[in-house]
Design a protein around this ligand. Structure first.
Ligand code: BES
Ligand code: MN
Ligand code: MN
Length: 463
């Protein structure tokens, strides 16, 4: 390992510069305007993989954006690690809230990142974290210490729901065969409190459109009798939660697994400071179901949130108008054993049922994803836990996260593979937000921890 670490130290500057180059590409999967950039980013990742020592590097097409594949075979006697990550990023909007342009990376210090952090869309989610694996791999290859066979599968549609990966896995089962999936696309509690994510929420995402009158109307001439779709949409949405913040969609909680008191007590071991949490996002109080703690509401309980809502006049000044249409985007985070298709169906039925006859409702299901829980009693978990304990000097805490990575459940379903979510980001890294960043400390901590995982995983499989 010492040679591997020495190689990482010697190449620190280049490892950062190469990440900066990757971050310059606006690979926004949600917006077709960036299609050529997304494809250019796949090429760039493939080039980096090849340069790092991967063989059989391929850009494999799907019905959507391609998957970058590469591998290196050490021996038939050692296990195979399938590294998954994504090279696509969220849109950078709202652009005016960035202190520096989203695709012109800069390194600056912050109170939480005294060693500096790299500011750019995708810095943490997931280019920075995915790239740690390519650089750790390079270091292992160059120091002749690669202990496991490695396969890379880096996709370009994670941020839009990974809709084309199910057929991709079906088609390339053989090529992707492995012993475990290793992903760095989650976070740790703090730089001095390492943790390993052992649960992810699923997702059901819909867009709802309400149509009232057949055209925009003068709100004086027609107001009072003409149904206002914005008012009605607001009322319908407000009724989706009761006074205890329980989601009112019929059947919504039917399949929700309740955790035992023991499991909840174990979860409560993870440190959480409510005051600090409130201060960090500038809120006066947390909200949610009274029977659950804030960390529980963010991980083991489902949610229903508006992500956007619009209609009518939103320009300068006042315009008196009753709009013809109002629209909202709604995400529901799901927990075991909720099924995204079933939840979407329940939502559709419920939302149509509560609609007054004065308006029309159109619902467009967007993406979905199944929730996932990953084991803590596996060889792979132990390899990750020991690796982090060695690199951080503290044993990581298993932790259920609130975000979603749809592919994790699909890996299990199609390839029969369990995933280890060994991420290194911080919640404060502002992923999906303006001024996303990733700590230089975190980046190199990841690059140093990954080879330890490989070594531990090989050793534990031998014994
Ligand atoms: N990397 C995130 C998910 C994440 C972040 C999980 C931090 C846990 C901790 C991922 O890129 C993401 O944003 N996923 C989307 C999935 C959706 C588009 C289906 C999400 O969670 O909103
Ligand atoms: Mn991600
Ligand atoms: Mn993301």
């Amino acid at each position: 390992m010492s040679d591997c670490n020495a190689y990482i130290q010697e190449n620190r500057d280049r490892f950062l510069e190469e990440l900066v180059e990757l971050l310059r590409i606006p690979s926004v999967s949600a917006d077709p305007e960036f299609a050529s950039d997304v494809l250019r980013c796949a090429e760039k990742v493939a080039g980096y993989l090849k340069a790092a020592g991967a063989e059989n590097v391929e850009i494999i097409s799907t019905e959507g954006y391609p998957v970058v594949f590469g591998e290196r075979h050490v021996s038939d006697d050692v296990p195979t690690i399938l590294v998954y990550g994504h090279y696509d990023v969220q849109p950078a909007d709202p652009l005016e809230l960035w202190d520096s342009p989203a695709f012109e990376p800069v390194i600056k210090t912050t109170p939480l990142h005294p060693e500096g952090a790299i500011f750019a869309r995708g810095a943490c989610d997931d280019k920075g974290q995915m790239f740690m694996h390519i650089k750790a791999f390079e270091a292992m290859v160059q120091s002749d210490s690669l202990a496991c066979n490695v396969k890379f599968m880096i996709e370009g549609e994670e941020e839009v729901g990974s809709a084309h990966l199910e057929p991709f896995l079906e088609k390339h089962k053989e090529k992707l065969s492995a012993d475990v999936v290793l992903v760095s696309d989650t976070g740790i509690i703090a730089n001095d409190i390492p943790s390993i994510t052992v649960g992810l929420r699923g997702m059901s995402y819909v867009e709802v459109e309400i149509t009232g009158p057949n055209r925009d109307l003068h709100s004086g001439l027609y107001g009072g009798a003409a149904p206002n779709p914005i008012n009605i949409l607001c009322e319908m949405i407000a009724s989706l939660k009761d006074e205890d913040q329980r989601i009112t969609v019929d059947g919504f909680y039917d399949d929700v697994v309740e955790l035992s008191d023991k499991e909840r007590a174990a979860m409560a071991e993870a440190p959480f400071d409510e005051e600090e949490y409130k201060a960090s996002i500038g809120i006066g109080a947390t909200e949610g179901e009274p029977a659950y703690t804030a960390p529980e509401r963010m991980s083991i309980r489902p949610t229903l949130d508006l992500n956007g809502i619009w209609g009518g006049y939103t320009g300068n000044g006042a315009k008196t108008v009753i709009a013809s249409k109002a629209t909202a985007k709604i995400s529901m985070r799901l927990v075991p054993n909720q099924d995204p298709e079933k939840i979407t169906e329940l939502f559709l039925r419920h939302f149509h049922a509560i609609a007054p006859p004065s308006i029309q409702v159109k619902i467009t299901p967007m993406h979905g994803g199944k929730p996932a829980v990953t084991p803590t009693d596996s060889v792979a978990y132990r390899a990750a836990s020991d690796a982090m304990e060695e690199s951080f000097g503290r044993k990581p805490i298993p932790f259920r996260g609130g975000g979603s990575i749809p592919i994790v459940a699909i890996f299990e379903q199609i390839l029969g593979l369990k995933t280890v979510l060994m991420g290194f980001g911080l919640d404060s890294d502002a992923i999906h937000s303006p001024n996303e960043h990733y700590g230089v400390f975190n980046y190199f901590k990841g690059i140093e921890t990954i080879p330890l995982f490989h070594k531990n995983f090989a050793e534990l499989n031998r014994s």
